[in-house]
Design a protein around this ligand. Structure first.
Ligand SMILES: *[C@@H]1O[C@H](CO)[C@@H](O)[C@H](O)[C@H]1NC(C)=O
Ligand SMILES: *[C@@H]1O[C@H](CO)[C@@H](O)[C@H](O)[C@H]1NC(C)=O
Ligand SMILES: *[C@@H]1O[C@H](CO)[C@@H](O)[C@H](O)[C@H]1NC(C)=O
Ligand SMILES: *[C@@H]1O[C@H](CO)[C@@H](O)[C@H](O)[C@H]1NC(C)=O
Ligand SMILES: *[C@@H]1O[C@H](CO)[C@@H](O)[C@H](O)[C@H]1NC(C)=O
Ligand SMILES: *[C@@H]1O[C@H](CO)[C@@H](O)[C@H](O)[C@H]1NC(C)=O
Ligand SMILES: *[C@@H]1O[C@H](CO)[C@@H](O)[C@H](O)[C@H]1NC(C)=O
Ligand SMILES: *[C@@H]1O[C@H](CO)[C@@H](O)[C@H](O)[C@H]1NC(C)=O
Length: 343
């Protein structure tokens, strides 16, 4: 059923690629990759997790100061409050309901979520940042156990720090972030091996109810004895632009320099997802499962895009395959007429 739009896509690209693809732009095969990403992803139990990068051993870390998310450095590359994240499920949908949000409370107990940031200059999602949770936010869930009592993290003075107070920022920085659409705070856990359904110790997630089902005794999480509910390898894929751009995955590279928002606020880079590339794999450990009430009301508007409107002809997640074929038909016809004219 994809073959007609696919062929037309190739046809059109071969004629017009220079005009159409200024900057990153849309990706005409996104409906294929998006679908694959969802198929390759899986349900996981909700609860408290750590994310450790397989190659560098760095963990995804929340830093309270100015709400940053950066890969760990030195002594912080371990399991402690700063690297423990609350993972909540985002409800069912026609794709199997595999979207999750990843939360951390800051020290004044505001709920912050790992969010996808759009870079206006490069025209793509460039980084994972912390932003106030606008999805799955009906409860604030603090970590209710101490995985590393008395942990003293490294404080590295030489690391860049955010520039100071907001009032010192120039007006042009105000509202330079896109307002957060729901899909920007949703993440997919894409299996390293999609043929396997990961099993967790003594717990499984039930997507019918949105709750974890225990099927064994409780496990007391223990960092030193490495006692937990299971550990699996995943790509962390952003749900943003899944239907019109090349999918973006979290890659453990801190960034403190930007050309459109204030420098020195730590974020973690996103890169094009490349399946089979171990540099994008995270070891995901469930330290404690917990069921959360679903904090989500579906909003059909959320996919509306900031990609320029002229590009919607290339691919629009809202159009059905039928109307897409129609569009392509019109485009090809029009192209043909223009071409005849120029003979
Ligand atoms: C989905 O998984 C298959 C292997 O089962 C892989 O060949 C394919 O590239 C994956 N798709 C994406 C978009 O990562
Ligand atoms: C502190 O950060 C600097 C700059 O990134 C790095 O060179 C240094 O090794 C770090 N020190 C520690 C103790 O992590
Ligand atoms: C959750 O996010 C929505 C959307 O931004 C907002 O309207 C609502 O007030 C938030 N709820 C809480 C409890 O923060
Ligand atoms: C970690 O969080 C737990 C639960 O919120 C708290 O009791 C504990 O004091 C924290 N530990 C450190 C080292 O901050
Ligand atoms: C290590 O973690 C502590 C506690 O969260 C934080 O204050 C500190 O900035 C972190 N250090 C680095 C280098 O990330
Ligand atoms: C999950 O994310 C995908 C990709 O952004 C989206 O199409 C789908 O509607 C989302 N599901 C829910 C329940 O929000
Ligand atoms: C951030 O720093 C880089 C390198 O010093 C500089 O080119 C850029 O203009 C700075 N961006 C902002 C928004 O200040
Ligand atoms: C693998 O992923 C890393 C990080 O995203 C990237 O720098 C590298 O170019 C990728 N390698 C290949 C062969 O795609």
């Amino acid at each position: 059923m994809y073959s007609i739009p696919f062929v037309l896509t190739l046809f059109y690209i071969s004629f017009f690629s220079k005009n159409v693809f200024a900057g990153e732009g849309t990706y005409p095969l996104a409906y294929i990759t998006g679908d694959q990403i969802l198929k390759n992803s899986t349900h996981i139990p909700t609860g408290f997790y750590t994310f450790k990068h397989v190659e560098t051993g760095k963990y995804l870390q929340f830093i309270d100061f100015d709400n940053q998310v950066v890969p760990t450095e030195g002594a912080n590359s371990t399991v402690f409050n700063g690297t423990l994240w609350t993972v909540k499920w985002h409800g069912n949908d026609e794709y199997g309901g595999k979207n999750y949000s990843i939360h951390h409370l800051n020290k004044v107990k505001y709920d912050k979520c790992i969010s996808t940031r759009w870079d206006h200059h490069r025209g793509l999602d460039d980084a994972a940042v912390m932003w106030q949770c606008e999805v799955d936010n009906i409860t604030r869930n603090d970590i209710d156990f101490d995985i590393y009592p008395g942990f003293k993290g490294v404080y590295n003075e030489s690391l860049p720090r955010p520039i100071h107070r907001k009032r010192q920022l120039e007006p042009r920085y105000i509202n330079t972030y896109e307002s957060i659409r729901e899909d920007k705070q949703q993440w997919l856990f894409m299996r390293a091996d999609p043929s396997e359904t990961p099993l967790w110790n003594n717990v499984r997630f039930d997507p019918e109810t949105g709750e974890n089902r225990m099927n064994g005794p409780l496990i007391e999480p223990d960092r030193e004895k490495d006692r937990h509910y299971g550990r699996h390898l995943f790509y962390l894929v952003s749900g943003a632009h899944l239907w019109n751009m090349i999918p973006r995955c979290i890659y453990p590279q801190a960034s403190y320099e930007f050309d459109f928002t204030p420098n020195n606020t730590g974020v973690t880079a996103l890169d094009h997802c490349s399946f089979g590339n171990a540099s994008q794999l995270w070891e995901v450990t469930l330290w404690k499962p917990e069921s959360f009430p679903l904090g989500f009301t579906p909003n059909p508007m959320y996919v509306d895009d900031q990609v320029e409107s002229s590009r919607f002809l290339l691919w629009n997640a809202h159009t059905s395959p039928g109307s897409t074929i129609l569009w392509w038909g019109c485009l090809i016809g029009f192209t043909f007429i223009v071409w005849i004219w120029h003979q």
